[in-house]
Design a protein around this ligand. Structure first.
Ligand SMILES: C[S@@+](CC[C@H](N)C(=O)[O-])C[C@H]1O[C@@H](n2cnc3c(N)ncnc32)[C@H](O)[C@@H]1O
Length: 277
């Protein structure tokens, strides 16, 4: 049976809701042959096969084995393995997405970046390793304890000096940044991976902070595949709760003339926005 899961989360996890998976049927799968009926199944952290919307576990494993794990920096591997033991490990950015972020940062010669939603720091460390020695990352998370779990590994990797971590809700921090005209249009790259119900609020702000030609990446824009599910498909409560926000963001970005966009089915879906005006 092919499984399609919701792998990442926003503030619902902060509120202690349970984590589970939304299964969606696909043509030519066991589910489709079952008269096309939707099925749901609860599944815990430890028995999830992978974080991806790809059509099979084997295909995703092939990508990991062939292109991702052999090239993963030893510190990223250490951080990933440490995070796998965390009860909320589903929040972590998967390694293929970390590789994508690293490639983007290098292709765009990014130097000044921002990350909203750090958790234990997989995407943060991917970013820090990809930036030049004098690169900078303004990293925000409501929970410093998560960040501090990965910090010793980041320090050991010799890239902690690039990170300016701020604890607290990101919106007021962004509003504070916007008070200084020098911050506007100054960021090369901004990665948004936090509370999904605020993504449009983030967009209104980060679009002013990213430079023209710079890139904003919004994570989880396929929301476990639920964005294309029929409204009556069985879904977990937190999926239902955030789904309208993700749908609204996707619709908004699809029409926002200030950016060119590209939505990729990597991880839980990432939408890249290149600011053009
Ligand atoms: C999906 S996780 C981030 C995963 C991370 N990018 C990684 O590589 O593992 C979401 C994070 O957003 C944080 N968060 C939730 N609401 C937030 C808010 N309003 N402002 C800042 N951070 C928030 C959570 O504490 C959590 O660590």
């Amino acid at each position: 049976m092919v499984k399609h899961g919701l792998w990442k989360c926003g503030s619902s996890e902060e509120q202690g809701e349970s984590i589970s998976i939304l299964f969606l049927p696909r043509p030519n799968t066991e589910m489709a042959s079952n008269e096309g009926k939707h099925q749901t199944q609860l599944i815990g952290h430890n028995n999830l096969p992978h974080k991806s919307l790809l059509q099979s576990d084997a295909l995703y494993q092939y990508i990991l084995d062939t292109s991702v794990h052999p090239r993963e920096h030893e510190s990223l591997k250490e951080l990933r393995e440490m995070t796998e033991k965390h009860p909320r490990n589903l929040m972590a950015t998967p390694p293929d997405e970390g590789q994508l972020l690293s490639m983007l940062l290098k292709l765009t010669n990014a130097k000044k970046t921002m990350e909203i939603g750090v958790f234990t720091g997989y995407s943060l460390l991917s970013t820090a390793l990809a930036l030049p020695h004098d690169g900078k990352i303004l990293a925000m998370d409501v929970n410093r304890e998560y960040y501090e779990l990965g910090l010793p590994i980041i320090q050991k990797a010799g890239v902690a000096h690039k990170i300016d971590f701020r604890e607290g809700p990101a919106l007021p921090l962004l509003d504070e940044l916007l008070k200084d005209e020098n911050n506007k249009g100054s960021y090369d790259f901004i990665f948004v991976d936090a509370d999904k119900d605020n993504y449009l609020n983030y967009h209104k702000r980060v679009i002013e902070l990213v430079k023209i030609g710079g890139v904003i990446g919004y994570d989880n824009t396929l929301w476990g595949g639920s964005v294309a599910a029929p409204p009556d498909a069985p879904m977990m409560d937190y999926i239902i709760h955030y789904r309208p926000h993700v749908l609204e963001l996707n619709k908004y970005l699809g029409q926002d003339s200030r950016v060119e966009i590209c939505q990729l089915p990597v991880g839980d879906g990432i939408t890249l926005c290149r600011r053009i005006i």
